[in-house]
Write a new protein. Structure first.
Length: 619
């Protein structure tokens, strides 16, 4: 089917619609085919290192692409350990990428050599804690990580107070470039890239601009030589710092870091940026808002646009919660926040620790670690991570009543569909047998950047997946894991279509991919994917969709595409949730959409999605 768009708006030649899945094929709830080990070495093995660090840790999923990253001490994930061509010979933690289509790839490399940092550079720990940005329409992205390597950037100078310390780096794979983010003030006699004097940890990254491309990075540090140096009084003062990475004319550079939050007690951790880069959540015991004092960790949100703080873990009186609240995660627009809490005054029925979901629109808390029928877990929570789309959450818990086939109190990894309310076990074999050892946590409870994550092939996709660390031997296909030596696993998830609700929020933008750049400045072939919604007769009785739908009613999509610099906006109504534009002329565009369904004189309409940015290059 071809449609011609009128001139004087956006100059398109043709538009072709791609078929979406028929609503009749929508499943009632999420399903999985079981966990697959991704940290598998050459020769179908992974070496074990019996020490405090697990063999493979820090798994993180790309927010809108089908790959994961993790850090590992294994040296045989790309070539046999004894092979001179093996780029990973340091025996320390390095960062790997796994994709179902391309397999494993070493990512924390020295740009000049393509090899892992040398252990001859006084590397004590290695590279870890990756954080992945949003994937741009042209497939480019960046990731941040912490490393105590000295040869990741040229002319690096370490002025550490107590030995070599981890720094924060951003790598742009498409440019084959590493950028030092934690740039310290330069003492007399030093030149080049001067690192922070003290440890820098827990990076988080968000895409904040596309013309030029800009990434915002946040991290924690106690270093006294990060600007403004005069504001940092000693090694017990922990701060959250921000820096912007700008990619322009094929080169990336970092801005001077700025201090955002200061905690004199040193108890400040786990910063997480929203996907749009506007909000930052974190935990601390410090006094962040005047008058809000607590000896327990509290979760706060900082609005980078308004420059204001908000106490998230608060009771009905607006006071700090009466128990520790920690390990927050946040959705793309910052409307959904998850965290672990021991507080008993958040309006929930818990008497102990729980996973909490906070909706900033409704100002309400709900318990995350419940069964599909709503029964609260009878076990302990560990970690939770929300996907940018605000619908998917993965969490770890050792409760035995969350799904029917878990009977022993071993921590497992679960998936929660916040729209449907269903809970799915992910740390399972293909035949549904739960993992026989901890998943999504570790028995030593060493501080990590996280031991699980959730991703999807796109913000709007129904093909989600989770990645997690596990010591379960019945999940492993190679090696013999233990509580000290965990492997990384990936579980695919298939979800039903989302039910259309009146005024329902679309938390993340449309997925946009440049399929082909055309010659002679004709623009590009671009594919746009939207969230698949469904609605039925019963929805119009209450203005809210239900799982027991009658006759299916067609959902339509109102798509708006604006060319930046032009007053004209192209608006089209689509009957499918995917559109391919054959010729989109060069320029910068903003794109948003909403879903509608009509029965008689009554219409159900969602809110608009956030705007997505698209830069169409000239050939």
């Amino acid at each position: 089917m071809r449609l011609s768009f009128p001139p004087l708006t956006v100059t398109w030649a043709t538009v072709a619609f791609a078929l979406a899945l028929p609503l009749a094929e929508c499943r009632a709830q999420a399903t999985t085919t079981g966990a697959t080990q991704v940290s598998v070495g050459v020769g179908n093995s992974e070496p074990l290192y019996t020490n405090e660090s697990t063999t493979s840790i820090d798994p993180v999923a790309a927010p809108n692409a089908d790959f994961v990253m993790f850090s590992t001490r294994a040296r045989n994930l790309t070539h046999a350990e004894s092979d001179p061509a093996n780029p990973d010979q340091n025996g320390l933690e390095d960062i790997y990428k796994y994709s179902p289509s391309t397999g494993l790839e070493l990512m924390s490399v020295v740009s000049a050599t393509g090899r892992a940092p040398s252990d001859g550079q006084f590397v004590f720990e290695g590279s870890r804690a990756p954080a992945i940005s949003e994937i741009l329409p042209d497939g480019s992205y960046a990731f941040a990580f912490a490393s105590d390597a000295k040869d990741l950037v040229p002319n690096f100078e370490q002025t550490s107070l107590s030995g070599n310390q981890r720094q924060i780096y951003v790598r742009i794979p498409g440019l084959n470039q590493n950028v030092l983010v934690s740039v310290g003030s330069s003492p007399a006699g030093t030149t080049g890239n001067v690192g922070a004097k003290e440890e820098c940890t827990l990076p988080t990254i968000a895409l904040t601009g596309t013309s030029p491309t800009r990434y915002l990075v946040a991290f924690t540090s106690t270093s006294p030589n990060l600007p403004p140096s005069s504001a940092v009084t000693g090694s017990q003062t922990r701060n959250i710092f921000l820096s912007t990475i700008t990619v322009n004319n094929g080169t990336a550079s970092a801005s001077t870091v700025q201090k955002l939050v200061e905690s004199p007690s040193g108890s400040l951790n786990y910063p997480a940026l929203s996907g749009n880069g506007r909000y930052l959540v974190f935990q601390t015991q410090a006094v962040i808002i005047p008058g809000v004092v607590s000896d327990r960790f509290q979760v706060y949100l900082y609005d980078l646009k308004l420059g204001t703080f908000e106490l998230i873990s608060r009771n009905s009186a607006g006071l700090a919660a009466n128990g520790h609240s920690e390990r927050p995660s946040i959705s793309y627009q910052g409307n959904i926040i998850t965290f672990r809490s021991e507080a008993t005054d958040l309006g929930l029925s818990n008497s102990g620790a729980v996973h909490v979901v906070y909706d900033r629109d409704t100002k309400k808390f709900s318990q995350l670690n419940t069964s599909s029928s709503g029964a609260p877990s009878n076990g302990l929570p560990y970690w939770s991570r929300v996907h940018p789309n605000g619908r998917f959450v993965t969490f770890s818990d050792d409760g035995t009543n969350l799904v029917s086939n878990t009977t022993s109190s071993i921590a497992q990894t679960f998936f929660k569909d916040l729209v449907k309310g269903t809970t799915l076990l992910l740390s399972t074999t293909s035949n549904g047998t739960p993992g026989n050892d901890v998943s999504g946590t570790d028995q030593q409870q060493v501080s990590r950047s996280g031991l699980l994550s959730v991703g999807a092939t796109g913000f709007t996709s129904r093909s989600a997946f989770a990645t997690f660390a596990s010591a379960a031997s019945n999940l492993a296909s190679a090696g013999v894991p233990s509580s000290f030596n965990q492997f990384i696993f990936r579980s695919p998830i298939t979800l039903p279509a989302r039910e259309l609700r009146q005024g329902g929020r679309i938390e993340s933008p449309a997925d946009i991919r440049i399929m082909k750049v055309l010659s002679r400045k004709k623009g590009a072939q671009v594919r746009i994917d939207l969230t698949l919604f469904e609605v039925g007769d019963s929805s119009f009785a209450t203005a809210t969709a239900t799982s027991a739908m009658a006759t299916k009613i067609k959902v339509k999509y109102e798509l708006e595409i604006r060319k930046v610099g032009s007053r004209n906006v192209t608006r089209r109504t689509l009957t499918r949730n995917r559109v391919t534009i054959s010729r989109l002329t060069p320029g910068r565009y903003s794109i948003r959409y909403r879903a509608t369904a009509t029965k008689g004189r009554k219409t159900i309409r969602s809110g608009y999605s956030p705007k997505a940015s698209l830069v169409v290059p000239s050939a």
